[in-house]
Design a protein around this ligand. Structure first.
Ligand code: TRP
Length: 332
């Protein structure tokens, strides 16, 4: 029986270094999300090789990413959790979509421009056609919504252009995907520069708190967090540092901003920062414990990958055989 819920597709880079920004902005809402949508979570190991990888590390991070998502509350029984390279339909469709994507369009992608500047010695064709593989990921599952960070919006726009172009020539082939960017409420900012989003690739380790940071590191980072002039603990436009800490504390404790402002009335920044660090460490502890337990159980993780890939392949095959037929390939 096919699922009637709208489809959500997320591509996840294989890196175990997710931040509390990822956690509070997206991952924490997974259970709620999977009530509403049929969700696919795909660890995109094929996207990862557009820049050089150390093979053993890529493999390790693939397991780690899967373990971390499950530890954060993603239920493999209720979601399709799998690894991109286990479902060859992704690259198969990507080839076909390559022939419906224009050189000029790909040249305008800002991520390509950034990455080719950063990896000037390795501007390979995969880096250039990265967004086409991403479009294939999305379109293969007749995806309705794509939860993404704002940096990936341009890529989803490209996927939409491909759908337009393809469906014009071959009507009713692909569903038009909508990007959804998490609401501003859960936007967690850098601890060092609170007007910038917390980014997992920030070079300043003090600016980011990672889901897998230990308690000491978490408290130390919050103690060093940049605050603002004045001494009051309240949300204000001219207090981005304190506002960010209040948001984080609120997300971890479930308390409202008003409650927090009352709780810390007359308390100094120093004590407040320690309280935020403690709340964060406390909430992450069970996630970290579950993560370590899962990571020690490779057989279980592999069974999740296997089941996920089987299920994904089932959906992918339907789309692929339709596309093959439309394009004029002989289906045997
Ligand atoms: N490019 C995305 C990123 O860097 C990862 C990704 C790959 C993705 N395929 C996707 C995201 C499909 C959403 C949908 O974060």
């Amino acid at each position: 029986m096919l699922d009637q819920r709208p489809v959500s597709f997320s591509g996840v880079q294989p890196s175990g270094n997710l931040t509390i920004g990822n956690y509070l902005g997206a991952i924490k809402n997974f259970p709620e999300f999977s009530e509403k949508y049929k969700c696919f979570y795909c660890v995109v190991d094929q996207h990862a090789i557009t820049v050089r990888q150390v093979p053993a590390e890529l493999r390790r991070r693939t397991y780690e990413t899967l373990a971390l998502y499950i530890a954060c509350g993603l239920d493999p029984q209720k979601n399709t959790l799998y690894v991109q390279s286990h479902v060859p339909a992704h690259t198969e469709l990507a080839w076909m979509l390559n022939c419906f994507t224009m050189f000029g369009e790909l040249s305008r992608m800002t991520q390509f421009k950034d990455k080719s500047a950063r990896h000037a010695d390795n501007v390979n064709a995969g880096l250039f056609t990265y967004p086409v593989l991403m479009a294939a990921d999305i379109l293969l599952y007749q995806t309705d919504v794509v939860p993404i960070g704002s940096d990936q919006k341009q890529h989803v726009e490209l996927a939409r252009n491909i759908v337009d172009r393809f469906n014009q020539l071959y009507p009713d082939t692909f569903t038009m995907p909508e990007p959804i960017v998490p609401k501003a409420g859960a936007r967690i900012m850098s601890l060092a520069e609170p007007t910038k989003k917390m980014s997992k690739s920030d070079e300043n380790e003090n600016a980011v708190v990672r889901i897998l940071d230990d308690k000491d590191a978490i408290i130390r980072k919050f103690k060093r967090a940049v605050t603002d002039s004045g001494s009051e603990i309240r949300v204000a436009d001219d207090k981005p540092g304190v506002t960010n800490l209040i948001t984080i504390y609120s997300c971890f404790t479930g308390k409202s901003v008003e409650e927090i402002e009352r709780e810390f009335d007359g308390v100094g920044y120093g004590d407040f920062k320690i309280a935020v660090g403690q709340a964060c460490a406390e909430r992450l502890a069970p996630v970290q414990e579950e993560y370590r337990r899962l990571l020690a159980d490779k057989a279980y993780l592999e069974s999740v990958m296997k089941n996920g890939a089987d299920e994904a392949a089932y959906y992918a095959r339907k789309t692929l055989s339709k596309v093959r037929r439309k394009l004029g390939f002989v289906n045997l």
